[in-house]
Every structure is written in structure tokens, then in C-alpha cells.
Design a protein around this ligand. Structure first.
Ligand SMILES: [Cu+2]
Length: 277
């Protein structure tokens, strides 16, 4: 390729003229704020985020305001002498106590919301999905007809066992896999988060959910309940290597009947594939 062509290609790339990729729902409103929350309990996270945002704004304006006033008021000019200040104990007391109280409030409040959203027992009819992240993509495994995911372990990951499933576990026989996360709305979804290589992150802004997938561990406490049908994009949120930018998967949230149909079809296909072996 000629140098000129290479430079042109690089410029186009830098300007964002790359190959079109499959897009999730395009946002048209509220572009400067978080996307619409579509999970039960997500409004609690929004409460904390909004509080932090407005508090930070007030503190920013107040501190920068004082800074600018002092810059002008105490600037160097003829006839004015600088004087040394030893500080003010009362002021120092308050500007230590108030931030401490704010940080403690945020820590307790955040912890409480985290517990409310993650510590409740998983309902028996929850949809369980095993999500395995890797450089650079996502794999999904569903429980199949028995509604029970087969056992898995990090030391079983291999080229032909990409979910690290224990093949001797009878519950593993009817599990099926998918390349997109398909879930119903109005029902609890329980996800197992794992990684085959480095740390990745399962981040879905519309669910107000952010959880790292850590190699060697199975994160079991993430559950959520979507409130409406939607098509979203799952994008890894932990810089995990050169292909990180492209580590995406589709999330499809369907009405229960449509989900059941999809599930039955996938389950039957997996069963047929197993029988054909
Ligand atoms: Cu990643």
C-alpha cells in the first residue's frame, strides 16, 4: 500500500470512519445524563448518583468561587502588604468534620443499597445465565430443560470446554449456549460472572449494574429484574487488551412468552445435537 493511502486510511480511522457495527437501540433523548433505568431497584442507585452529582456541583462552584474572589481581592497591588496567616482552628474543624460526615453517609448509604440489591435470596424461578468473558467477547450458557446449570470450575477451562463445565454432572447435559444475552422482563435474572483470562467487567448502564469478572472466581451475587422489552449492548468496561474496544454482546429483553419460545427452541436444538452425537 502506498504511503499516501496508508495515511488516508489512518486519518479516516481517527475521524471515526470505521466499518459499521451492529448497533443497539439508539438513544435520542437525555443524552447528557444516564440512560433510562429499566431495572427494579435501579432508582436507588440513581438516588446516590444524583446526590453525588449535585453535591459535587455545589462544592465545585463554592470552592472555585472563593478561589476567584481571593485571587482578585488579594492580588498584588501598590500600597497593599502581604501578611502571614496561622490558619483558623474553627474553620479547619468544620471543613474536616463536614466532608467526613458526607463520606460516612455515602459509605453507609451505598452499602445499604448494595445489600438490598444483591443480598436477597435468588427466587427459585429465576432465569440463571452463566456468563463467561474472554479476550475479546462474551459467551452465555443457559440451564436447559432441567432449569439447573451444570457444575463448572475455572480449572476445567480448555479449548474444547470454553465454559469449564464438569461433563460428569448430569445437570450439564442439557445446558445450551448462546452468543447473546436473551432474558425476559418482569422476572429475576441471576447471572454467574466468570472470566477465562483477565479481568473484564459486566457493565449495563440501563440496569445500573457494574461488576468485574475475575479470573478464577465465580461471581454469584448479581441479580436484576428488567422492567420492559429492550435491545441493549453489553460492552466490557475494564481495559482488558488490544481488542477491548470490540468486546461487545447484544442483550435482548423479551416478553415472557417470546423468551419461553426462544428458550424452548434453543433447548430442543441442543437436545437434538446431543442425540446426534
Ligand atoms: Cu474485557
Amino acid at each position: 500500500m502506498s504511503l499516501l493511502l496508508r495515511i488516508t486510511a489512518l486519518c479516516l480511522l481517527l475521524l471515526g470512519f470505521s466499518a459499521p457495527v451492529a448497533q443497539a437501540e439508539t438513544r435520542t433523548d437525555n443524552l447528557y445524563w444516564a440512560p433510562e433505568n429499566i431495572t427494579v431497584g435501579g432508582e436507588k442507585i440513581d438516588g446516590i448518583l444524583n446526590f453525588i452529582f449535585w453535591l459535587t456541583l455545589v462544592v465545585f462552584v463554592a470552592t472555585q468561587g472563593v478561589y476567584i474572589i481571593y485571587l482578585i481581592k488579594y492580588r498584588r497591588r501598590p500600597g497593599h502588604k502581604a501578611h502571614y496567616s496561622h490558619g483558623n482552628n474553627t474553620l479547619e474543624f468544620w471543613w474536616t468534620i463536614i466532608p467526613t460526615a458526607i463520606f460516612l453517609t455515602l459509605a453507609i448509604w451505598g452499602n445499604r443499597v448494595w445489600n438490598e440489591l444483591t443480598a436477597s435470596p435468588i427466587p427459585p424461578d429465576a432465569v440463571s445465565v452463566d456468563i463467561v468473558s474472554y479476550q475479546f467477547g462474551w459467551d452465555f450458557r443457559y440451564a436447559g430443560a432441567d432449569n439447573k446449570l451444570g457444575d463448572c470450575a475455572a480449572n476445567l477451562f480448555s479449548m474444547d470446554n470454553k465454559f469449564g463445565v464438569n461433563q460428569n454432572d448430569p445437570a450439564a447435559k442439557d445446558d445450551f449456549t448462546a452468543t447473546e444475552l436473551v432474558i425476559p422482563f418482569g422476572k429475576t435474572v441471576h447471572v454467574l460472572l466468570r472470566s477465562r483470562d483477565v479481568i473484564h467487567s459486566f457493565y449495563v448502564p440501563s440496569f445500573r449494574l457494574y461488576q468485574d469478572c475475575v479470573p478464577g472466581r465465580t461471581i454469584k451475587w448479581v441479580q436484576f429484574n428488567a422492567t420492559r422489552p429492550a435491545e441493549l449492548e453489553l460492552a466490557c468496561s475494564q481495559l482488558c487488551g488490544t481488542g477491548h474496544y470490540n468486546m461487545k454482546a447484544k442483550i435482548r429483553i423479551l416478553p415472557q412468552a417470546e423468551f419461553d419460545k426462544w428458550y424452548a427452541e434453543k433447548s430442543a436444538a441442543a437436545k437434538a445435537a446431543l442425540a446426534g452425537l
